[in-house]
Design a protein around this ligand. Structure first.
Ligand code: BES
Ligand code: ZN
Length: 621
């Protein structure tokens, strides 16, 4: 009974809206219902939890390690004896309280994915100081040699936290439901610049001893720790408007800034849809090509792959997507990774609304229609039990959390009408800002604030089927694109043998190319593949989306001339979504393809981020 009372005292903290002035927020509430339990953390936040992380780290490129201290502020029940943190391979040398008194600690058994519990006997201490270093293979950290950068003269380091990688460089409670503010002081070689996903207190850095510079950062808002992100390299900056801008290597700044020149307009459009942008600046860091994702929504500083810089703005929907996470994901956060659709599905829906606001209904329909194709493909490939939105904490099948999730929200929009839906969604983000969210709580909120007992509407929406059942409910809305319908007509002609030279592809967007290439019959003769390649220059395409789709088709037919193109492409790009299908296509060709895949991977591996390297290694096992 006593424990229970204390526990509820700990969690019944006031829910604060973002204060208008800067300054640290009070701790955010945690959820304690069974559906909010995160099986991927060792933490027991109801007993003791981290509320603030202060990092003081030095990046050592020679040993590929970060070393220094993490100082954690703790909120704990009065009777708590220990705090449990998440630890993936940290090399800890000492742990003390805030006054420097050593504390007892131990590390439990290591799980290959979750890592190990780090248990610290805190007694009355409410601050701990951990002195440690990371290992060279820390899962969050990509250490790139100069050859893998655009400038080819300086090394590069970047982190990728989502989902549970940050425990490999930050000793904290690495769970999306345990929000923490943070500060950091990062020391780097003085010819490099450090940037992080928070306010930059020292944009130019400050001297930190021989050959070193220190950069300091602050995030006053409480964020899930997977959003703490760092990059170090030869990084320049170009403003887009007053609150947005672009960071990338100096030689890439012109191209990058031109491609992303709509970023400020995107933020304005997003605010007009769903309320104030609450994070101060929205900058984009375009990384070297080994960045493993399209983008990552690190607050104040979205990380993005350079493969979106295609010269025609046809892939900046990725920026709209990461921006949308500033609401869905970063403000209202999936409580556990089983609820990832609350981040990704909401964001994919919201992203499309930003695209529509900037580029019109047809452009938005084109992107939505392609997502529908992806949804159908995933539904076909997955086992039924893998197709529930509320699902496996290690991820839904393929992109189902994105595309089934966004289709669900679009279906609600079409059913209740846009005006009513937008008003609801806007109030939803406000009511749950800076808090974790579960599927069950979302449905509860929807029933209380949108459906309000309307039985006919409840019947029409089929909410529980959408969230908890496999497959796609019958009310799913499919948005069709006229642009892609034209491509389908061209495909019909091509498949009937029409000459390729007659097709005018000069103004095709990446999405039209993808519909075209993916719509070609999978079985092709070497002659036809040669015609395609020479008509459209596919093997040499510098658009990584086109190159990837082409290689999948060509390799699926054991088309030998494409092997050299794969050999060049696969080591040069680390974006999972573009290279995994090519490796998979090689694997599917057994005795012919596996040796090629293994040979290329052996050479490419050291250039990949650990996230990509381990995904491909597993595929080729
Ligand atoms: N948050 C994700 C990236 C992510 C997902 C990292 C899962 C780790 C685990 C990001 O917002 C994202 O969805 N990126 C997409 C781009 C988007 C336009 C679909 C990607 O990387 O392809
Ligand atoms: Zn996303």
């Amino acid at each position: 009974m006593r424990r229970l009372l204390l526990a509820s005292a700990l969690i019944a903290l006031p829910v604060l809206a973002a204060p208008a002035i800067a300054g640290p927020d009070a701790p955010s509430p945690i959820l304690t219902t069974p559906d909010a339990r995160d099986v991927l953390t060792y933490a027991r936040p109801e007993v003791a939890r981290v509320t603030h992380v202060d990092l003081d780290l030095t990046a050592d490129f020679a040993t590929k390690t970060m070393r220094g201290t993490a100082t954690l502020d703790i909120l704990a029940r009065p009777d708590a004896r220990e705090i449990i943190l998440d630890d993936k391979g940290l090399v800890i040398s000492s742990i003390t309280d805030g006054a420097g008194k050593p504390l007892k600690w131990s590390v439990g058994a290591d799980d290959p994915y979750k890592g190990a519990p780090l248990t610290i006997q805190i007694g009355k201490a409410r601050r701990v100081v951990i002195t440690y270093s990371t290992q060279p293979d820390a899962r969050a950290l990509g250490w790139l040699p100069p050859e893998l950068t655009a400038g080819k003269r300086k090394p590069y380091l970047f982190s990728q936290g989502q989902a549970i990688n940050n425990r490999s460089w930050i000793p904290t409670q690495d769970s999306p439901g345990i929000r923490q503010s943070w500060t950091a002081s990062i020391t780097v070689p003085d010819d490099l610049v450090a940037v992080m996903s928070g306010e930059r207190l020292t944009p130019q850095g400050e001297p930190a001893g021989e050959g070193l510079r220190r950069y300091r950062f602050r995030m006053d808002r409480n964020v899930p720790p997977y959003l703490i992100a760092l990059a170090v390299g030869d990084i320049g900056f170009r403003p887009v408007d007053a609150r947005t801008g672009v960071f990338t290597e100096p030689a890439e700044l012109d191209r990058t800034a031109a491609e992303l020149s709509d970023t400020g307009k995107m933020v304005n459009a997003a605010e007009a849809l769903y309320g104030a942008y609450r994070w101060g600046r929205f900058d984009v860091l375009v990384l070297p090509p080994s960045f493993p994702f399209g983008g990552m929504e690190n607050p104040t500083l979205t990380f993005a792959t350079p493969t979106i810089i295609t010269g025609d703005k046809s892939n900046i929907d990725v920026i709209a997507h990461e921006l949308a996470h500033s609401w869905s994901g970063n403000l209202v956060t999936n409580a556990t990774w089983s609820d990832s659709w609350l981040n990704e599905g909401f964001t994919t829906y919201f992203e499309n609304r930003i695209d529509e606001a900037l580029y019109g209904k047809e452009r938005a329909a084109t992107l939505a229609d392609l997502s529908w194709d992806d949804l159908q493909r995933d539904l076909k490939e997955a086992k039924p039990e893998q197709t529930r939105l509320h699902g496996d904490p290690e991820g839904t099948y393929g992109q189902l959390d994105y595309n089934k999730g966004s289709t669900f929200l679009r279906t609600i929009e079409y059913t209740v009408g846009r005006e009513r839906w937008d008003a609801y969604l806007r109030s939803y983000f406000d009511r749950h800002a800076f808090q974790p969210q579960t599927s069950a709580n979302f449905l509860k909120d929807l029933r209380a604030n949108l459906i309000k007992g309307d039985k006919a509407l409840e019947e029409k929406l089929q909410l529980d089927a959408w969230v908890y059942e496999p497959g796609l409910p019958a009310n799913a809305v499919h948005v069709k694109s006229a642009t892609l319908a034209r491509i389908d007509e061209i495909l019909d002609q091509v498949n009937a043998g029409a000459p390729l030279a007659a097709i005018d592809t000069s103004r095709w967007s990446t999405q039209e190319w993808l519909r075209f290439l993916n719509g070609l019959p999978r079985q092709q003769t070497p002659q036809r593949l040669a015609e395609l390649d020479s008509a459209f220059g596919l093997s040499k395409s510098t658009n990584a989306y086109i190159r990837s789709a082409w290689l999948v088709l060509a390799i699926g037919n054991r088309y030998q001339p494409a092997v050299a193109s794969a050999e060049q492409f696969l080591p040069s790009v680390g974006r999972n979504l573009l290279i995994t299908p090519v490796y998979r296509a090689l694997k599917a060709q057994g005795d012919w393809g596996m040796p090629i895949a293994r040979r290329i991977f052996a050479q490419a591996r050291t250039g990949y981020h650990p996230v990509t390297a381990s995904a491909i290694a597993r595929l080729l096992e």
